[in-house]
Write a protein that binds this ligand. Structure first.
Ligand code: GLA
Length: 381
């Protein structure tokens, strides 16, 4: 694994080799984990993410003509465009193009640019490589234009790029964490007010392990948007602006079984996020466990976004005495489980997960022992 600094060097080199001159701006943005609060962000609810030490680095330089060239160390074929396309292409370049279009909307057109991407953040593992790419791109393009925007505004325009150009109707959690998270903390974000507060994560006696199923179900994209529609339909049935405003008492008023289950998840998950933030501020680390397990159950039973592989990792984790809590993380249908464990029990946990998972699915999970870091724009907020 490389540090943000090494990636910074790597992306500068890639840029120079490709375009034969140095970049004018380089930015590194982190991926994220989420302690708790899943599928709550687009319901105006609460989330509790932190940025992790896996990054996407972007180098950029403005061009005098309108041309655009893109290269990534992940994909061999470079992308060359005569101008910003108005419709999506269906590949990684869409994140860059979408962000650039948002910047043009806000700041006026700035012509073309050359851009390079280097990353050690796995794609499709639920660690938000797209959010990190968007935020790193926005920050690098802003710097190369000599322009500035408030960090929260950057997170919002990145979310808009993903919603409007890429076509995934995600909430703001990922872009917010990549931009504004604080090392050593999880960020309690109110996705309606966009107000936030840092809550201290447990000390070094505890560790976060992300266990990657290494499975990405085809369902993920389309089902994500469908869940969002189901939530909107439930809020509409209740005559409320969003499920953020719903309470348990409202559940009886939902006659549609699917809407009732989706709403029950969002209501209970919002309450768990606030309870988890409280346990962090009281440093009552062990009290996080039941909240994490309950979040997993709710995502599995009420929100129906888990998978056999995620369920298995969470069940296996719960069998290890050093584990405080575990749950599926992110959009679902694959990606990672997040596990809080006493640091002394990390090896034993990995061995147990590897053996059990291998036996059941005939493949090994991938493990990321993550540290938390600052978001790309955390200093400038
Ligand atoms: C994805 C989205 C986020 C959030 C999570 C689920 O990561 O990008 O906005 O909705 O799923 O909590």
């Amino acid at each position: 694994m490389s540090s943000g600094h090494q990636l910074d060097e790597r992306v500068r080199q890639l840029f120079k080799q490709t375009y034969n001159y140095p970049p004018t701006a380089v930015t590194v943005a982190p991926g994220r984990m989420n302690v708790i609060g899943e599928h709550t962000d687009y319901n105006d609810g609460f989330v509790l993410p932190a940025a992790i030490d896996r990054f996407v680095a972007v180098a950029a330089r403005q061009r005098r003509d309108g041309g655009i060239q893109l290269i990534s160390d992940r994909y061999s074929a470079p992308v060359t465009l005569e101008a910003l396309p108005a419709v999506r292409r269906g590949d990684w370049a869409d994140y860059v193009i979408g962000v650039s279009r948002q910047l043009d909307d806000r700041l006026g057109p700035a012509g073309g640019f050359d851009l390079a991407v280097a990353s050690d953040l796995p794609v499709g593992s639920g660690l938000s490589s797209s959010g990190a790419l968007e935020v790193a791109t926005a920050a690098a393009l802003l710097a190369s234009r000599g322009a500035e925007l408030p960090a929260l505004e950057v997170a919002r325009l990145c979310q808009a790029a993903e919603n409007e150009f890429v076509g995934a109707r995600t909430g703001i959690m990922d872009q917010f964490a990549a931009a504004l998270a604080r090392a050593g903390n999880a960020m309690l974000l109110d996705c309606r007010a966009l107000s936030f507060q840092a809550e201290p994560l447990p000390d070094a006696r505890f560790s976060w392990l992300l266990a990657d199923t290494r499975i990405k179900h085809e369902l993920a994209g389309s089902t994500y948007n469908r869940r969002r529609e189901e939530c909107e339909a439930a809020a509409h049935s209740l005559d409320l602006p969003s499920l953020r405003d719903a309470t348990e008492a409202d559940l009886d008023r939902l006659t549609d079984e699917v809407q009732r289950r989706r709403a029950r998840h969002v209501i209970s998950e919002n309450a768990r996020v606030l309870a988890a933030a409280d346990t962090l501020s009281r440093r009552a680390t062990r009290s996080l466990g039941p909240l994490m397990y309950a979040s997993h159950e709710s995502l599995r039973n009420d929100f129906s976004v888990s998978s056999q592989e995620l369920d298995s990792l969470v069940m296996l984790a719960a069998e290890v005495s050093a584990v405080v809590g575990a749950r599926m993380m992110g959009g679902g249908f694959g990606g990672c489980a997040i596990i809080l464990v006493e640091s002394a029990g990390l090896e034993e946990l990995e061995d147990h997960l590897r053996d059990g998972y291998q036996e059941q699915f005939h493949r090994a999970p991938e493990f990321y022992r993550v540290r938390t870091v600052d978001g790309a724009l955390a200093a400038g907020r």
